[in-house]
Write a new protein. Structure first.
Length: 88
């Protein structure tokens, strides 16, 4: 699914096992716990890893310099798609 973030288009696919393991390691909690205690930092980490799965040249510095809290609606969509969270 394509998402526009910071003026760039990213074709985000479902998370690969490697990405899920990286998320759990970076956040130091399981995916189940992430749902209970979602922070803005957690969301940024997940979105960045999703974007990096598409473009591994992307840096976290670029991500934090070129995005803002106003990107939250698209961040939520990326997280839901990337982690295959069913719509309620």
């Amino acid at each position: 699914m394509k998402f526009e973030i910071a003026g760039k288009e990213f074709d985000i696919q479902s998370a690969k096992t490697k990405s899920v393991l990286e998320i759990e390691q970076k956040l130091n909690k399981s995916l189940a716990k992430i749902g209970d205690e979602f922070t803005f930092g957690d969301i940024c980490t997940i979105v960045f890893i999703a974007m990096q799965q598409v473009d591994n040249q992307l840096t976290y510095e670029w991500f934090t310099d070129n995005t803002s809290i106003s990107d939250m609606p698209v961040f939520n969509e990326v997280v839901a798609h990337f982690l295959a969270i069913p719509k309620s």
